[in-house]
Design a protein around this ligand. Structure first.
Ligand code: PLP
Ligand code: MN
Length: 381
């Protein structure tokens, strides 16, 4: 990009080549070395398990990240959660998107079919009326949509019951013009962040059982599920090694938030998959009003705290104690902080945090190497 018409600080938080100290804060920064290591780790895990990797792009909402995952990270495509998110990424050059979610609104279904004119698009269903609407829209746009039946494998979110109800729905998909029955999605969302590895495995063992039973029944009915997909960062190793799933959908592994750092790995005491923090909210101290207390410029509008408050990276002596709209209160018992000091906060939850920013400021060796737009920021419709 050129800077002819761009105000650094107003339009973008930094210029390429800037020192980290010059970035306008709060800013969302990616440590490129750590990010690239995370991408390579998941590629290796998926390859070792012999499963396809379709990372969830709702984490980053970035065409740059998605294209990097596909070019260098072993990804066959990405998942999106919303049609507008998929539209934004396809416009950014992404060629293969699974809407790993349900779509019910007829206008959205029409947009989905339209999008399939310019990319490979697949979608989940859990309702026969949607099957009919998808078929009609696909015919109208002259496309064939790949459709996966989503089963509820324990999270009690979307999805038909495993077993016979899933087979019934799959039959409806297979019989519908312009739809191709491609397989099942069995994603257990609430198991991803179970900290204890034994409890997490127990939840996923049940999910794997339901996916296996459903896949077997589908085969008996002559409906081969070519794709059995699911799994997030917290359980990718379990579904991946199950012999039942042949595709995994982790999202957060690229960035690793503070809550995922609390999820213990299945093998031992380390973090899940050896992934490391690569996403930070860079914040500055704007006030040092009293002994033991410093105030930073990253409050509720700078990071999502639904999964807990951020941690202060590499500063175990500091505690992010509370957030108001535009302020963060830092406990600094040894009074180490002074005005304009910078801290790297590890967001409690990465996905909603990314949606708060226009730009990723990508840093390496203390300098800004790239600026990536959060392409699908606010694309929730
Ligand atoms: N697949 C689906 C359907 C999801 O909803 C999510 C996240 O909620 C993921 C995959 C990725 O999960 P994570 O970010 O925990 O890796
Ligand atoms: Mn999340």
């Amino acid at each position: 990009m050129t800077y002819d018409d761009i105000d650094i600080g107003y339009d973008v938080p930094a210029a390429i080549g800037d020192n980290i100290a010059d970035i306008q804060t709060p800013a969302l920064i990616i440590d490129l070395d750590a990010f690239e290591r995370n991408v390579a780790r998941m590629k290796d895990h998926a390859e070792a398990m012999g499963v396809r990797l379709r990372p969830h792009a709702k984490t980053h909402k970035s065409a740059d990240v998605a294209l990097y995952q596909m070019a260098s990270g072993g990804a066959v495509g990405v998942c999106c959660q919303k049609i507008s998110e998929a539209e934004a990424l396809v416009r950014g050059g992404v060629t293969d998107v699974l809407i790993a979610n349900e779509v019910a609104d007829p206008k959205k279904i029409d947009r989905l079919a339209w999008l399939a004119e310019s990319a490979h698009v697949s979608v989940c269903v859990d309702d026969p009326t949607v099957v009919a609407a998808l078929s009609e829209a696909a015919a109208l746009h002259g496309v064939t949509l790949d459709v996966l039946v989503e089963i509820d494998c324990g999270a009690r979110r979307c999805g038909v019951l495993p077993g016979a109800p899933a087979v019934e729905l799959a039959k409806a998909v297979a019989a519908a013009p312009n739809l191709a029955f491609t397989g099942i999605q069995a994603y257990h969302g609430s198991a991803q962040h179970i900290y204890d590895p034994v409890e997490r495995r127990a939840a996923i063992d049940k999910a794997i059982g339901m996916a296996r039973e459903t896949a077997d029944l589908l085969r008996d009915a002559g409906l081969e599920p070519a794709i059995v997909t699911g799994a997030g960062t917290g359980t990718h190793d379990l579904e991946g090694a199950s012999g039942v799933y042949n595709e995994i959908q982790p999202g957060s592994y690229i960035f690793m938030d503070a809550d995922y750092a609390r999820v213990r790995s299945t093998e031992g005491n380390g973090t899940i998959g050896g992934f490391e923090h690569a996403l930070f909210v860079l914040t500055s101290i704007m006030s040092k009003p009293a002994s033991g207390r410093a105030i930073c410029d990253a409050g509720l509008k700078a990071h999502s705290i639904d999964s807990g408050l951020p941690t202060v990276f590499e500063r175990p002596d500091l505690t992010f104690a509370s957030a108001s709209d535009e302020h963060g209160k830092i406990e600094d018992p040894q009074d180490t902080l002074t005005l304009n000091d910078r801290l790297r906060l590890v967001p409690g939850h990465c996905d909603p945090t990314c949606n708060l920013y226009d730009w990723y400021v990508c840093v390496r060796n203390g300098r800004v190497e790239a600026l990536w737009p959060v392409t699908a920021r606010g694309k929730l419709y």
